[in-house]
Design a protein around this ligand. Structure first.
Ligand SMILES: Cc1ncc(COP(=O)(O)O)c(C=O)c1O
Length: 320
């Protein structure tokens, strides 16, 4: 148990990231929207995952680890950033992917992970969860080789990893106060659930009023809600915050054809944002979350102001 400030953290991100109004988008949809620009966190091509890595990598260093092992598909923003972050502190990295190596050769995050010097291992099993099992097996194998690995499952979605967005909640709170803004909702894309969990725990920590609204882009809503609640409770336990009254809101229906595959609604939303605000939303996370926000706004179901988390994922703008 500790205060957040007492939890070990390495600095990877350039913070605070900007919070700014999106006036032309707001006019178009009739809801006041502000963007929190976590596409600009500064490591690699930026993105939300850099924040959680500050805590996870500090833990790896505290445990004397020399190699980071994690999981994700070839286009995982998380896995690429984890490999890159490990390098900044002198650690090696192995990324375990489900399935087989892509036939067309490395592009996007896959190419960037190789550039960062990551070793890549494919499980040969299309079940995504095989990558997490593969992390545990790989850690054992590396220990036998004399390395000291630090294993993290997909997305870095643990209580410790979620502290990145507990800290971000304080950052956002300071920025909205400075701007004289009282957001009613904070919208984001939810995949492995660690980011939403951190924002939910952060809301509880600071006793804030705004709702955190996660648009699920990979899992069924019930599984997502359960994961957010569990990871948020784990994060709360680390910083001694009560977790019996956590508020979890999941919006369903915007996954499109599949996880990691662009959707027509997401593409339309990304086009609108690029053409009104000059901001690129990645096609498989933020674009789908924006599609959810636009649909709800069209139904008159959103009361602003709303903060929308632009969560990064630039490498997949060119690949998926
Ligand atoms: C660009 C981007 N946005 C949003 C998310 C969702 O974050 P989480 O997995 O913590 O739910 C991810 C996850 O990889 C991501 O890469």
């Amino acid at each position: 148990m500790a205060d957040l400030a007492d939890v070990a953290r390495v600095r990877l991100a350039t913070l605070p990231t900007p919070l700014h109004p999106a006036p032309r988008l707001s006019d178009r949809i009739g809801v006041e929207v502000w963007f929190k620009r976590d596409d600009l966190t500064g490591l690699g091509l930026g993105g939300n995952k850099v924040r959680g890595l500050e805590y996870l990598l500090a833990d790896a260093l505290a445990q004397g680890c020399d190699h980071l092992v994690t999981a994700g598909g070839p286009q995982s923003n998380w896995a690429m950033l984890a490999a890159l972050a490990a390098r900044t502190r002198g650690l090696g990295s192995t990324l375990v992917s489900f399935g087989d190596p892509p036939r067309e050769g490395p592009v996007g995050n896959h190419a960037l992970a190789l550039l960062a010097g990551a070793r890549l291992h494919f499980t040969g099993d299309n079940d995504r969860a095989s990558a997490d099992r593969g992390v545990d097996d790989m850690c054992e194998r590396l220990r036998a080789e004399g390395l000291t690995p630090y294993g993290v499952h997909r997305g870095g979605a643990t209580g410790l990893g979620a502290l990145g967005y507990v800290q971000a909640t304080a950052e956002i709170d300071a920025q909205v106060r400075e701007a004289g803004l009282q957001p009613r909702q904070l919208w984001l894309a939810t995949g492995s659930c660690g980011t939403q969990a951190g924002l939910v725990a952060g809301r509880a920590w600071l006793a804030l009023d705004h709702e955190v609204v996660g648009v699920t882009v990979s899992r069924p809503a019930t599984e997502c809600a359960e994961r957010v609640r569990r990871i948020a409770a784990d994060a709360c336990a680390l910083i001694d915050v009560p977790s019996d009254d956590l508020q979890v809101n999941i919006v369903d229906g915007f996954l499109g054809p599949a996880k990691g595959v662009r959707s027509p609604e997401g593409d339309e939303a990304a086009e609108l944002v690029a053409r009104t605000e000059g901001v690129f939303l990645d096609p498989v996370f933020a674009a789908k979350a924006m599609a959810g926000l636009l649909a709800r706004a069209r139904d008159g179901a959103v009361e602003g102001p709303v903060v929308f988390l632009v969560s990064g994922g630039a490498p997949t703008l060119f690949t998926v």
